[in-house]
Design a protein around this ligand. Structure first.
Ligand SMILES: [Fe+2]
Ligand SMILES: [Fe+2]
Length: 481
């Protein structure tokens, strides 16, 4: 496994490693228009005097895009070498600069090579040459993508993500929960002198997602389309601390939204902001929603569980979703949302809607509007022909098919939260396939024949009936109409 405490950069002309431009990450790719435009983003310890990306269709590159600079606010190191102060503000802020170059005017379905260049302290340093392929036009060449989510420094994520990176995929759909605590910089990338639990060292999110050993091609090579999960809330104490949970200023997604800035151009980090987007990739329309809640109280204890972003019928997110689905022109449609539409487990018995206090007993929260995931989102998915919805959060592998819509959680990436006796979803639907004995990766293919998926086993644990690398679940998501 490759580690990069400092990205290996070279001073032009000297051939020696340079530390003038300390990079926290390798470049990563995001785009809302991936057939013609790509954003190359990377994180540095210093802004430098200038930075750009050289790119082109051949080894000589030939084109150049200037990189804008942003300071990423809110990342912190540990107050002590052996741990964090529980109050985020009492841990020192880490200066992190984000460079973003937007490569424009690209040809669809075309491979481009690129490298980052940074000027700092009068020295010019070049990164390695990577490549990416732009999305095909609708009706164009076939493509593949992988589902990931919930890395959170869990055991075995390195092996699972490495296998995902060897599936020859064109992009990643990431269903939220990147790490455990977003303000801890050392959970995103290695930070010298900052605490990280020994068992989590080397499992930082970017370290896992930028592996290149054994031919893995991940964030440097293929764009990612993420959605936020509950672990993207900046201050994780809102999930357990009853007082802080009522402080609306604590309910922000600022670190996540800064890191994936080109997907959220308005950068509205707080509640009421826009935390969703859509993009077309060839024949596929991708919709990314913001769907999760917090739970310092038990579900039916006042004030109850409250959604971070509302999904009631007249909410901005649902109004946007319906407009988006109405106007899409792609052959296939996929929604990524962190919270499960369907799932076994006690959590699903607390409806996803605004709780009200039971008037006779002020300690009791009730949900008279029912589950908006089920009674608001699901009818929209069925009405507008959504082919699949995938989610994370429960760290399980299971899938359902209801009225033509596939509901998939392929999140057995590094651990598993499925209990033996977890109750079925309140609708009574049982998973068609459930496989939580081992880690896995789901690979989806879009071809002229339609859209189909294969789940690939990624770990040795479990019954051993299927070997690592073998397909244990294969299904058609949408045949060609
Ligand atoms: Fe998770
Ligand atoms: Fe989660």
């Amino acid at each position: 496994m490759r580690k990069f405490f400092l990205a290996l950069l070279f001073v032009v002309g000297s051939g020696l490693p340079a530390f003038a431009a300390r990079a926290y990450t390798e470049p990563y790719l995001v785009s809302l228009t991936p057939s013609t435009e790509m954003n190359v983003c990377w994180l540095l310890a210093e802004a430098g005097e200038g930075a750009w990306v050289e790119f082109g269709e051949t080894e000589t590159l030939g084109r150049k895009a200037e990189a804008r600079v942003y300071e990423v606010k809110g990342l912190r190191t540990s107050a002590k070498p052996d741990g964090y102060d529980p109050e985020p503000e009492k841990n020192p802020e880490l200066k992190v600069f984000q460079r973003i170059a937007t490569l424009k005017g690209l040809k669809p379905g075309t491979e481009y090579r690129y490298r980052t260049v940074v000027v700092e302290g009068g020295k010019t340093t070049e990164g390695p040459v990577y490549s990416f392929r732009t999305a095909p036009v609708a009706g164009g060449s076939p493509f593949r993508f992988i589902l990931l989510s919930d890395l959170q420094q869990k055991k075995q994520i390195l092996e699972t993500v490495s296998m995902a990176g060897r599936q020859n995929a064109d992009f990643i759909l990431y269903a939220g929960d990147f790490q455990n605590t977003p303000w801890k910089a050392a959970e995103w990338f290695p930070v010298e002198g900052s605490f990280i639990a020994p068992e989590e060292k080397g499992r930082e999110w970017f370290t896992a997602m930028q592996q290149t050993a054994n031919g893995a091609k991940l964030l440097q090579y293929i764009p990612i389309f993420p959605c936020p999960g509950n672990h993207e809330a900046d201050d994780q104490r809102i999930w357990t601390d009853k007082q802080l949970a009522q402080d609306s200023s604590k309910k922000t997604l600022s670190i996540y939204m800064q890191l994936f800035r080109p997907l959220y151009p308005d950068q509205e980090h707080g509640q009421g902001g826009t935390h969703w987007y859509s993009a077309d990739y060839g024949d596929l329309h991708i919709v990314s929603l913001s769907l999760f809640r917090w739970h310092p109280w038990s579900g039916f204890e006042a004030p109850g569980w409250i959604l971070f972003d509302d999904i009631s019928p007249e909410s901005p997110q649902v109004r946007w979703l319906e407009e988006d689905l109405k106007n899409k022109t792609s052959r296939f449609t996929w929604v990524v949302q962190h919270w499960h539409m369907l799932n076994r487990g006690a959590e699903v018995w607390v409806p996803m809607s605004r709780p009200v206090i039971y008037p006779v007993s002020p300690d009791v929260a009730m949900y008279p509007l029912g589950d908006h995931c089920w009674n608001v989102l699901r009818p929209l998915y069925e009405k507008y022909g959504v082919n699949a919805v995938n989610f994370g959060h429960s760290h399980v592998y299971e899938r359902y098919l209801i009225n033509g819509v596939n509901y998939i959680e392929a999140a057995t990436i590094g651990n598993n939260y499925r209990g033996e006796d977890d109750p079925l979803h309140f609708s009574g639907n049982a998973p068609i396939v459930e496989q939580n004995q081992h880690r896995s990766v789901l690979v989806v293919s879009v071809t002229s024949e339609g859209m189909s998926a294969e789940a690939v086993r990624a770990s040795e644990d479990g019954d051993g009936a299927v070997k690592v690398g073998e397909v244990f679940d294969s299904f058609v998501i949408a045949p060609l109409k």
